[in-house]
Design a protein around this ligand. Sequence first.
Ligand SMILES: [Zn+2]
Ligand SMILES: [Zn+2]
Length: 425
Amino acid sequence: MILSPSRGETCDHCLAVTVSIQDAEPWCPHCEWNLDRYEPARRPPEFGWRWIDRRTHRLAYRLTRDQFDALVADGIDRRGPALARVVTIGASLLLLVGVVLVAAFGVWLVVHDFPSLTIPFGLAALGLAVVLRPRFGRLDESAYVLDRDQTPSLFDLVDEVARAIGAPAPDVVAVNDDFNAYATSIGLRRARVLCIGLPLWGALPAQERVALLGHELAHFVNGDVRRLLLTQPAFTMLGTAADLVRPVSTFALPQSALMGWAGELLAEIVQRVLARLLFTVHVVLVAVGLRDAQRAEYLADELAAEAAGSAAAVNLLDTLLIGETMEMVVRRDARAGHGPDQWRRSSEQARTSAGPILPALRQLSLRDQASLFATHPPPGLRARMIQERTAQGPAVALDQARLERIDSELARHYDRTVRNISWGG
Ligand SMILES: [Zn+2]
Ligand SMILES: [Zn+2]
């Protein structure tokens, strides 16, 4: 990546010299003039019409910055705004009622005047209800569940970090091959799951691992509306409904000869009319829900700083900024048969060489990652939020010996990850 010290231009507002990275339009590093610029070449289309995408980008940029300013001024509340919760829970209840009505209508069409020509319509309606049923999530298939007996050091660390931030310990700890980590709740009983991507875990230095655990475990206490049982329909059912309007339909009605043309006709009507309506509502709900999700991410970062210290929490976010490069480096090492010790050395080099452009990368993340559909605030703003707060020292310190013990207990899993990621991609 190239940080060009401007094209000899100065900011319109404060006369500072503008900066740019690669082909990005220049902006002012001092007052951030022109940072909100919409650059279609640097982001995937969202609605598909450029004039709408430009406006929604501008709106998202403004909402993101306003939220940041408000949270800096007022502090981050553990429970989100009541409005986001009320809207999502209300919508979820309405959706549940809607699906029950569609199912009941289907049953009525089938049994009414049995047998009659309405049977295929009834089956189609029942199929629709099945497709739209609420889902409560389950463990993804690529995750390997860990056993405390075999990886006691990792479990001890997880417990220690959870205690430090006042979060409950997860019910399930798993690993997978992603350059990522997540915490979620699954099933009707909302079992708490922590899943750690080994390529990321192995590449992180000790204290950033603590920050990563702190951030993820914080999701069990940050009041994120996405985790509530009652809000699942709002996020999942309408997501399914949104699939209905995609040009290539992934609409998975159980196709049987019984439903025949009538079912298809009904499906098409649903696609054309109802789905568009649902999609619009989905967009609004997701936008409302995700505003609150972004607040929850800031709070998770704050708890990560509490566990690992502010410096490590900021470093972790900078790692995310150059995530693509880091992922490439880890994959390259894995192909050469190397494990986590080498990943850490290579990642350290990648970070050192990105050092001089980090401030610009942080700023550019605001332009590139502001979106109505973003689940997270831009990493640059997240780092800035931690720096705005009182600096914290680490509550949990992970030394090198313990890090190595954790990794040696995970050896078998690292071997599998090395095999998997050197074949894939
Ligand atoms: Zn300026
Ligand atoms: Zn998070």
